[in-house]
Write a protein that binds this ligand. Structure first.
Ligand code: PLP
Length: 361
């Protein structure tokens, strides 16, 4: 049955390791002899509280999250954080800096404008979001309550290859599409957050890692469910958390651990990405969207320049078992999302397919 699985290059929800799915499958009706599924458990039961705590501990260990940071398991998606961040953090000065390097940082910036005065640290729309500026290209407001950026631009296929220097101003980072793909010095950040459905778990869970002390300064209009202090005080259990997704994250974290941790993930990331970029660069037909020094190790965006030929590529690739390669409507062309769970072999075979298509067209 499993040899009918495809290579899934979807941007999110996206591929999960087969061994993780099989383990979830084996436990789906009867979790470790308790006679019920994780889906059926009370979130307050000892059985689930153990899953919750172990998952939090595993994430803390794998990402080396310092003791004075809280790990929250929330809902409302990464997009919910577009509102939660200004609501909770902008009160200090009423101002914030946003680096707009793609679609999601643009949406976050627009949302934040409802709650305070926003300065653009940069906006890469001038060149179709094909690059990430250097530190010298960022405009910083010394009055900003925080500096916001998105580490990996899922739609345009660019990734920050450095962490911006902002002095004492807390860094807030959307890592939805590259969390767990490399070691990160968490102590440099105020808030790191990620929707789980790209690199961590099924859709429905948002992980927030927040430095202690940043909570408790929310605007008075902050909805209860978006209040970091409420969620910290109740350890993400003010209400029912996304139990199944938290369990799945635990399985995924075991898999990351077994495969060399985040350092192992970083090696695999560039092994996959460099292979794919190399193949595309040496082709006749394909052009890459991102500037060389800004390329993403997670989402590779490319096109032929001819829409009909792009469509033919996507169609023939799908017939050959490489699915979801159509680019986002904002960029057009193709996008191969090669997250942690994409086997290197999947990219090798895609590269073979690209070479064959390149010769034949
Ligand atoms: C997918 C994505 C989002 C949106 O995530 P939702 O969970 O659907 O709200 C936000 N930021 C980045 C970087 C993403 O890749």
């Amino acid at each position: 049955m499993n040899n009918s699985r495809v290579y899934n290059f979807a941007a999110g929800p996206s591929v999960l390791p087969l061994s993780v799915l099989e383990r979830a499958g084996a436990e789906i009706t009867n979790y470790r002899g308790c006679g019920m599924s994780v889906m059926e458990m009370s979130h307050r039961s000892k059985m689930f509280m153990d899953i919750f705590q172990e998952t939090q501990d595993k994430l803390r260990r794998l990402m080396n999250v310092p003791e004075d940071y809280h790990i929250l398991f929330l809902q409302t998606g990464a997009s919910g954080q577009f509102s939660a961040i200004p609501l909770n953090l902008i009160g200090r000065t009423g101002k914030a800096d946003y680096a707009v390097t793609g679609n999601f940082s643009g949406l976050a910036c627009k949302e934040a404008q409802k709650y305070g005065r926003i300065s653009l640290a940069c906006d890469t729309v001038d060149r179709g979001h094909c690059y990430v500026p250097r530190q010298e290209g960022l405009t910083l407001d010394p009055q900003a309550s925080y500096f916001y950026y998105c580490a990996n631009n899922t739609i345009f296929g660019t990734e920050w290859n450095y962490v911006p220097q902002t002095g004492d101003i807390p860094l807030v980072c959307d890592m939805s599409s590259d969390i767990l793909s490399m070691p990160v010095d968490v102590s440099r950040f105020g808030v790191i957050y990620a929707g789980a459905q790209k690199n961590m778990a099924p859709a429905g869970l948002t992980v927030v890692i927040i430095k202690d002390g940043l909570q408790g300064h929310e605007l008075s209009c902050t909805p209860l469910m978006m209040n970091y202090k409420t969620m910290i005080d109740k350890d993400s259990m003010y209400n029912t958390p996304p139990c199944w997704c938290i369990y799945m994250l635990g399985l995924m974290l075991d898999w990351v651990d077994e495969n060399g941790g985040v350092a192992g993930m970083e090696k695999l990331k560039w092994q996959r990405a460099n292979m794919l970029y190399g193949t595309l660069e040496s082709s006749r037909l394909f052009r890459l969207h991102a500037d060389k020094d800004s390329r993403s190790g997670m989402n590779v965006t490319f096109r032929t320049g001819d829409e009909a030929l792009d469509a033919k590529f996507v169609r023939e690739a799908a017939q050959a078992g490489f699915v979801n390669l159509k680019g986002h409507r904002l960029t057009g062309g193709m996008r191969a999302s090669i997250y942690n769970a994409m086997p290197v072999e999947g990219v090798e075979k895609l590269c073979d397919f690209i070479r064959t298509f390149d010769k034949a067209n």
